[in-house]
Design a binder for this molecule. Structure first.
Ligand SMILES: Cc1ncc(C[n+]2csc(CCOP(=O)(O)OP(=O)(O)O)c2C)c(N)n1
Ligand SMILES: [Mg+2]
Length: 685
């Protein structure tokens, strides 16, 4: 067979595997894989530096399928290239990542060919996609990380980090706001290691894009300062390859390749119809498509001889050679720069360097205290000095979030200074969270920051951090009504409970400066979980830890801070963040009245839920049923801790615009109110 024939055979294998898998599953999107098979084939087999034998080798090119509904493209490629599986500890399992059997069981339980690409479930998937726009936004984080890594670790003759990041996207990704936010920042940052390929098929689920999407995409991206290329025929491998070559020669800007395609290419009746979406083609159409590809009409899941061999000789050989070169280079590098090499090793395994927590501050008791955000700022500055690859920034609120890294040499990450540790995401919270995911996928320890209320703007990407099990960090300040005069638009109410509802996300709302330190100490040791910090804007008293229990209790999610002498508690007061001060004051007042109350500081539901039952019952003894929770946020969910005989002092409506003191009075967050509620519950009014 000629090379052209082999190319076509491989492309049609991708197409027919996709068709058969969707047909068998009776769900999925066959049309886009049929159209994009030539693109993916060209990119993978001719360009991509990816070694299927080691899908996590640090020098590899990254491939992101942002139109995740076309997942069969990826499952076909991972199977046909014999990509190997690795586990969560980054060990090679010596077996394929995706098998033909998985593809036969596309979208079925436990199959390694699920509905959408899932990082951490299938090796070789660089990021989870499906929610449109997330993949391309995340790819910007990968390209940023590559620049940063190159700046710190590349040395003359040692281009360790010089890979490219490719993302395929459709109309949906380019319609979504997060895609625009990310594209704007990528243009500003001149990310010339980034290439998006836009499947310009003029169709989405409801029909032609003429009903919704008539902007000039090329002009938009030119305005973002991208290089824009066009390939008028999605079946022309040479032109695809040429465009990718132009990308690789382009400096100072990212590249968008607009690829004109026909969804469902080869299926004569469903071409250009929305029916190529979200449903199988049907038996007749499958036959017609296979006939058009010169395929045996009745064959299913057919992988003709020579196809896997074509991939072995293409991406397999090239990837293996590239990795071998890289490993030799890295071995020499290790001799010359042993400390930097150790950093790279540690980073790859998400380990922390020795001494990562040295010099963490310890705050003295102080009734005036300091704001959560200020304590956080001090901690971030220490951590960033101890951990070279700990970095991040804010969505234009760095001075309010106190996330600025101020030590000598910290610097700003900008086009001319890719080694900077301070990132400026601009007012693009959603893209920020997706970019932080991309940085984390590239093994940097990255954080993003904004006001807590705007966590809503970032939420879809935070959810993906949790789904992907990435140790990202979100620093959210102005955690409750401390925002005061800014009013209800800026005062979080439902954000805490909404983030607590995300599985695997560690949400922490520390009560004083020492709890902030302990919260970061806990978070930094996470390797597979993201964390959210909810920090106060206003100063919070620093508790006297000789009098109250040590803040180290943060590591257990909740802990007893104070008890009354003379017997078991009559009532348990529970709070997080700024309201811990409130219940401590109430506790002291109750003590003076001869009431035995217990103070429980509960910075994290999630961490507490993971403690053994014995510990949980130690903190919240089942026999003590009179319980009062106080939190300046939606009361929803607290029932689980106060029980049906308990009470919650929370927010039942939005806040208001006024100085904080007046808001505390209006909404009842004052020590007297807590004392009165406790006495009433105990029948001692
Ligand atoms: C955020 C988000 N909204 C909606 C969907 C549901 N959805 C899946 S595919 C699709 C159409 C996508 O159109 P396009 O990106 O042009 O891809 P094509 O149909 O051309 O493959 C939609 C709306 C989604 N996956 N993510
Ligand atoms: Mg489309």
């Amino acid at each position: 067979m000629t090379q052209d024939e082999l190319d076509q055979l491989a492309i049609n294998t991708i197409r027919t595997l996709s068709i058969d898998a969707v047909q068998q599953a009776k769900s999925g999107h066959p049309g886009t894989p049929m159209a994009l098979a030539p693109l993916v084939y060209t990119l993978w087999n001719r360009i991509l530096n990816f070694d299927p034998k080691d899908p996590i080798w640090p020098g590899r090119d990254r491939f992101v399928l942002s139109n995740g509904h076309a997942s069969m493209l990826l499952w076909s490629m991972l199977f046909l290239t014999r990509t190997q599986a690795v586990n969560a500890d980054y060990e090679n399992l010596g077996k394929p990542s995706v098998t033909l059997d998985d593809i036969r069981r596309f979208r079925q339980i436990d199959s390694k060919a699920p509905g959408h690409p899932e990082y951490h479930w299938v090796s070789g998937v660089e990021t989870t996609t499906g929610p449109l726009g997330q993949g391309i936004a995340t790819s910007v984080g990968m390209a940023i990380a590559r620049k940063w890594l190159a700046s710190r670790y590349n040395k003359p003759g040692f281009d360790l980090f010089d890979y490219n990041v490719y993302a395929i996207c459709g109309d949906g990704c380019l319609m979504e706001g997060v895609g625009s936010e990310a594209a704007s920042l990528a243009g500003h940052l001149q990310l010339d290691d980034l290439c998006w390929i836009y499947d310009n098929n003029h169709i989405t689920i409801e029909g032609k894009t003429s009903i919704t999407f008539t902007e000039d995409v090329a002009a938009r991206f030119l305005a973002y300062r991208w290089n824009v290329l066009r390939v008028g025929d999605a079946n022309d491998l040479t032109r695809i390859e040429d465009a990718l070559d132009v990308f690789r020669k382009t400096t100072d800007r990212p590249t968008l390749i607009i690829l004109d395609s026909h969804i469902g290419y080869g299926a004569p009746h469903k071409v250009d119809t929305a029916a190529a979406h979200g449903e199988p083609l049907g038996d007749d159409e499958v036959k017609l498509a296979k006939r058009a590809y010169g395929w045996p009409e009745d064959a299913k899941f057919l992988v003709p001889d020579g196809v896997m061999d074509t991939f072995d000789k293409g991406i397999g050989a090239r990837g293996a050679e590239a990795r071998r070169r890289w490993e030799t280079l890295f071995a020499d590098y290790r001799k010359q720069f042993p400390d930097l090499a150790t950093e790279i090793d540690q980073m790859q395994k998400r380990e922390l360097p020795k001494g990562w927590d040295r010099n963490l501050p310890s705050f003295k008791a102080d009734p005036k205290g300091i704001a959560g955000r200020d304590a956080s700022g001090e901690v971030l500055n220490v951590l960033a000095q101890n951990i070279p690859w700990f970095l991040g920034g804010s969505a234009d609120l760095g001075s309010s979030n106190k996330t600025t890294l101020k030590f000598a040499g910290a610097g700003d990450f900008e086009p001319g200074s890719p080694g900077g540790r301070n990132f400026h995401f601009g007012i693009r919270e959603h893209a920020m969270a997706a970019i932080v995911n991309g940085m984390s996928l590239s093994k940097l320890r990255a954080f993003g920051a904004t006001f807590f209320i705007f966590s809503d703007y970032a939420r879809p990407a935070i959810r993906l951090s949790a789904l992907m099990e990435l140790p990202t960090i979100l620093v959210f300040t102005h955690d409750a009504m401390g925002d005061g005069e800014d009013g209800p638009t800026h005062q979080p109410v439902e954000q805490l409970v909404s983030l607590r509802a995300i599985p695997g996300l560690v949400v922490l709302r520390p009560a004083d400066a020492n709890e902030v330190v302990e919260a970061y100490r806990y978070i930094l040791q996470l390797r597979h979980q993201p964390a959210v910090m909810a920090l106060s804007r206003q100063p919070l008293p620093t508790f006297d830890r000789a009098r109250y229990a040590s803040a180290a209790g943060v590591a257990r999610g909740a802990y007893v801070m104070a008890d009354a002498p003379g017997g078991p508690p009559e009532i348990i007061l529970i709070a997080s963040g700024s309201e811990v001060t409130l219940i401590v004051e109430a506790h002291e007042a109750l003590l003076a009245k001869g009431v035995r109350s217990r103070v429980v500081s509960m910075p994290s539901w999630d961490i507490f839920e993971h403690q053994p039952q014995s510990y949980r019952e130690e903190v919240l003894p089942p026999s003590v049923k009179t319980r009062l929770a106080v939190e300046q946020a939606s009361a929803l969910g607290w029932e689980r801790y106060v029980g049906d005989q308990g009470r919650v002092m929370g927010m039942k409506a939005f806040g208001a615009s006024a100085p904080l003191k007046e808001l505390q009075r209006k909404f009842g967050f004052e020590p007297d109110k807590v004392v009165a509620a406790a006495l009433e519950m105990l029948g001692r009014k």
